[in-house]
Design a protein around this ligand. Structure first.
Ligand code: CA
Length: 224
């Protein structure tokens, strides 16, 4: 899952980005309104966290511009102190939710999870596929009763495949949703991670869970 954070206060931006990355999200940061708007228009994000007071364009202006252009990515506004007008303006401009600064990291994580669920219209906290279960709240994966230990990126990759299953996802979509803008598209990192996931999920090639769709991408197989 890939998130755009538009926030000009460096301390807040790095605190928020670190918390989200720990939860396996890929995070891009913009520190002005116009730059954030451009990124949001150019990339398909799973959620946008938008500060209200920004240089160039306010968060309210960025939000209403995005909605006017038909971008429906869920937006969480970060509003100052107790300014009720800001919250109302934000919601009027098309934001889905707001979070008042200063906020606790646990609250931020919960709101972001809720926001992304809303975007995918998937209320299930657990994603199930064959004998595998991925718990999106506890960020863990089980095969039956056995725990499977995944790194943060492996988890994010499996989560994305599960959300989209049984559709085929393209390599470009995987890069866009699981990695951030620093990803070097010239590498074969996606294949490397797919292979690691296959090894950890423990399927033989004949009964492979993650199926390669040649020239397109990957999909989860219905049955062996
Ligand atoms: Ca600000």
């Amino acid at each position: 899952m890939r998130i755009l954070l538009i926030e000009d206060e460096r301390k807040v931006a790095s605190f928020v980005a670190r918390a989200l990355r720990e939860d396996s999200y890929a995070v891009d940061i913009s520190d002005t309104g116009p730059e954030g708007l451009e990124r949001a228009l150019g990339t398909s994000y799973d959620a946008i966290l938008l500060d209200v007071r920004l240089p160039g364009l306010s968060g309210i202006e960025v939000c209403s511009e995005l909605r006017q252009k038909g971008i429906e990515t869920p937006i969480l506004m970060l509003t100052a102190r107790t300014l009720i007008e800001q919250r109302v303006e934000g919601l009027d401009a098309g934001a889905d939710d707001y979070l008042t600064k200063p906020f606790a990291v646990a609250e931020l994580r919960a709101r972001v999870r809720a926001l992304i669920r809303r975007g995918f219209n998937k209320s299930a906290p657990t994603l199930q596929w064959r004998e595998f279960a991925l718990d999106r709240h506890r960020r863990c994966v089980k095969r039956g009763t056995e725990d499977i230990h995944l790194t943060s990126k492996e988890f994010a990759l499996l989560e994305f495949l599960l959300i989209r299953a049984p559709e085929t996802v393209t390599r470009t979509e995987i890069i866009e949703h699981v990695w951030d803008s620093n990803f070097d598209s010239g590498t074969n990192l996606v294949d490397v991670y797919i292979n690691r996931l296959r090894e950890k999920l423990g399927h033989s090639p004949a009964a492979e869970l993650i199926h390669t769709v040649r020239g397109v991408g990957y999909s989860l197989r219905q049955s062996a």
